[in-house]
Design a protein around this ligand. Structure first.
Ligand code: ADP
Ligand code: MG
Length: 606
């Protein structure tokens, strides 16, 4: 018996749609690209319910004749590619003739289109899950408008797979922004449920970037420009001090097409090496113009990687042009290296907790107490670990180091921290950070930053459970350059943030901080805001407890820098406070708060 059938066009389109159209944002991308390819000068995008109910894209481009309109939903129908050679000369975004067929097979689509030659009427086509239901003349503007409704209505599995409206809309906005940044010569609008999100007129690149990311971004842009026989590079990189804690504004375009390229990304990172701290990311908007034959865009429709024939050469040109630009604008000397690198705390702890070795620590022991109270040592490794905050998982590398240190000091931890008789006279604060004290077997060194982190963390966590944290109102609202996604994530967690002492407003796409948790000094709030923003906009939404842990960790991280200990009294009460913390041996990030330098260790140094 023969069992092989040819799949119907409808089914094969649906299968193809599974690859090309993964979510509403993929429809937006494809339709935007078609409008750009049609030579539009103005493109309007209207979204309802994050694209679930409707995606409407209107352009003033070439339009389609009645015949073209009736075949544009057929698979492999394209006006952009005629033979194989064309593949290497592509100037258009699309060329596969797959998008419209795929979209039509999984949604209700209405197309209205009119060419310049058609004076009065254009064509209206309706498709219902891949089946044409209307094809007639209609009155419409020149250009094309396509409305895609009820996406995945016939693929329920896909529909349920969609994320929250916020998440889906942020995908849409990302796709939109990529096209908008690539085509400064075109005007765009984006609305969501009737609210205007973007409205940008044709203009230069600097204007476009500030239109999208807010006027504040203007002063942070450093231009780059390089012309060689092989490639022309232009665009902007963000000043190092504007580097963010999350990878947000990083854009490469080649011949007005957005792409990702880890190798070129490395070049940018290298140019910024030593100018920014390890866990922050520079912004960049970098545009390459290159002979189309020297790149391979014959890629999977949803992939954004592009192969370059002369990748190595471009890498070095890119690196040197950014370095030059940063040098020219005299960026480097203004950086405070010490501040940036001295304090390296991971804010996210994602991997599993490794098996815990036995460690002997006495949590009640205060080395500064004259009476050396509670000398009995207990096995409290669990406490040390669990007090990371809500039982958070921690970075395994971090923990390896942590154990290495702990194992080394295992012996010393219980015995060595015995104070000298005259200990109180023998405290010394080094570099405003390290508190040195004589103990029986050597020198005890307390990292006051980490100690402060522990104290603040415990205090805030405890307080947070019962009441909102104390806030300080700022005299003038503090404007911060957050992108739209970041602002949205702040909005989403508004009530939690209020409990933590943050209030803010967003006006004209500018984020304004109105109050801060009382424990942060305004000067230090930027890194804290960065940390919080990173946490909030990470795609895996942590639960309330985890979020509180992350936020409080971020607050604690920046607030601890503000520690100033002046008098002996201050030092004394600081130490008392530290030792009243249940876990005074480790900071909330799992790093040791204190170390001892034994007499033997000292002796080996001489
Ligand atoms: P591709 O873009 O790969 O050619 P699509 O399925 O996206 O394939 O579109 C099929 C064809 O329909 C295009 O090649 C183009 O000729 C026509 N088309 C699609 N959208 C538009 C539009 N907005 N304006 C004019 N023509 C369009
Ligand atoms: Mg297309």
């Amino acid at each position: 018996m023969d069992i092989i059938n040819l799949l119907s066009e409808k089914i094969s389109n649906q299968i193809a749609a599974g690859e090309v159209i993964q979510r509403p944002a993929s429809v937006v991308k494809e339709l935007l690209e078609n409008a750009v390819d049609a030579g539009a000068t103005s493109i309007r995008v209207h979204i309802k319910d994050a694209g679930r109910s409707s995606i409407l894209i209107q352009d003033d481009g070439s339009g389609m004749s009645a015949k073209d309109a009736s075949i544009c939903f057929t698979r492999h129908a394209t006006s952009k590619l005629k033979d194989v050679e064309d593949l290497f000369k592509l100037k258009t975004k699309g060329f596969r003739g797959e998008a419209l067929a795929s979209i039509a097979s999984i949604a209700h689509v209405t197309l209205k289109t009119r060419t310049n030659q058609q004076t009065d009427t254009g064509t209206l086509i309706e498709m219902n899950g891949g089946t044409p239901t209307r094809n007639e003349e209609c009155i419409c503007d020149k250009g094309t408008s396509i409305e895609v409704k009820n996406i995945f209505f016939n693929v329920p599995a896909r529909r349920t797979f969609l994320k929250s409206d916020t998440a889906e809309f942020s995908h849409i906005r990302n796709e939109f922004e990529r096209v908008v940044l690539a085509h400064t010569e075109i005007g765009f609008t984006l609305t969501h449920n009737g609210n205007e999100i973007h409205n940008v007129n044709p203009g230069n690149l600097r204007k476009r970037i500030t239109d999208i990311f807010g006027i504040k971004s203007n002063e942070k842009l450093v231009p780059i420009e390089e012309k060689t026989d092989i490639v022309t590079i232009h665009g902007f990189v963000g000043k190092p001090e504007s580097a963010k804690k999350s990878r947000g504004e990083q854009y490469f375009f080649v011949n007005q097409r957005f792409f990702k390229h880890s190798y070129f990304h490395h070049a940018v990172s290298k140019a910024f090496e030593q100018l920014i701290s390890q866990n922050s990311y520079p912004s960049y908007f970098i545009y390459f113009e290159i002979d189309t034959e020297k790149i391979d865009v014959n890629i999977h429709p949803t992939k954004t990687e592009i192969n370059f024939e002369e990748g190595k050469f471009i890498y070095s040109i890119l690196l040197s042009s950014i370095k030059q630009a940063l040098g020219k604008y005299n960026i480097a000397p203004s950086i405070d290296f010490e501040l940036e690198t001295s304090f390296d705390v991971p804010l996210s702890h994602k991997t599993e907790i490794p098996v815990e070795p036995e460690i002997k620590v006495d949590p009640n022991y205060n080395p500064f107490s004259k009476f050396g109270a509670n000398k009995s040592s207990s096995t409290s490794s669990n406490k040390a670990l669990n007090n990371q905050g809500f039982g958070k998982k921690s970075d395994s590398k971090e923990w390896e180091n942590f154990y290495a240190i702990r194992e080394e000091n295992k012996e010393s931890q219980t015995k060595l921290i015995e104070p000298e008789e005259n200990y109180s006279k023998n405290k010394y604060l080094l570099k405003d950070r390290y508190l040195l004290s004589n103990v029986k077997s050597g020198i005890l060194i307390i990292d006051t930053y980490r100690a402060k982190q522990r104290m603040l963390y415990d205090e805030m966590m405890q307080q947070f459970v019962t009441q909102p944290l104390a806030a300080q109102k700022l005299m003038f609202p503090l404007e911060l350059a957050l992108d739209q996604n970041e602002m949205d994530s702040w909005m989403d967690s508004n009530s939690l943030l209020m409990q933590l002492g943050f209030t803010f407003k967003i006006e004209n796409k500018v984020f304004q901080l109105e109050s801060l948790p009382a424990c942060i000094i305004e000067k230090d709030c930027k890194s804290c805001i960065d940390g919080i923003t990173k946490t909030l906009s990470s795609t895996q939404k942590p639960d309330k407890g985890e979020l509180a842990h992350e936020l409080i960790s971020a607050i604690v991280y920046s607030a601890s820098k503000a520690t100033k200990l002046h008098s002996e009294q201050e030092i004394e009460s600081f130490i008392n406070l530290l030792f009243s913390c249940e876990d005074h041996s480790f900071c909330p990030f799992g790093k040791p708060i204190m170390q001892t330098l034994t007499i033997e260790e000292l002796t080996t140094k001489f």
